[in-house]
Design a protein around this ligand. Structure first.
Ligand SMILES: [Zn+2]
Length: 112
């Protein structure tokens, strides 16, 4: 057993960096072409989130593979990520999860 498990903290900052670099390349949403805004550029984001609001045009990183798909965990396999607005990100997430039976989701989400 020589493999290290990736910490949550680490992967979060990785996503942040990735989001920024994707955004710098092209700040348009991959799906709907809306111009997105980085969370760090939203001056009142914390206020909004306190109210349970996340702006639709906030920049998020969308995995082309869902978090439940095996592909993502294959060794040497790269995460394929695109920049997406929050709205599309949520829609895609719903789409993907609705395709998979709930029992299967539970099983897969336990695997790390
Ligand atoms: Zn979008």
């Amino acid at each position: 057993m020589s493999k290290n498990k990736k910490g949550k903290k680490q992967s979060k900052s990785k996503i942040k960096k990735l989001r920024t670099s994707l955004w710098k390349e092209n700040s348009q949403c991959y799906y709907c072409k809306t111009l997105t805004i980085l969370p760090t550029d939203f001056p009142n984001l914390l206020e909004l989130q306190k109210k349970g609001i996340t702006p639709d045009n906030m920049a998020t990183v969308e995995h082309l593979y869902s978090r439940y798909e095996e592909e993502r965990f294959k060794e040497g396999g790269q995460d394929q990520c695109v920049l997406s607005c929050y709205k599309c990100n949520q829609e895609k997430e719903r789409e993907k999860t609705s395709l998979i039976p709930i029992e299967e989701l539970r099983k897969r989400s336990k695997k790390k």
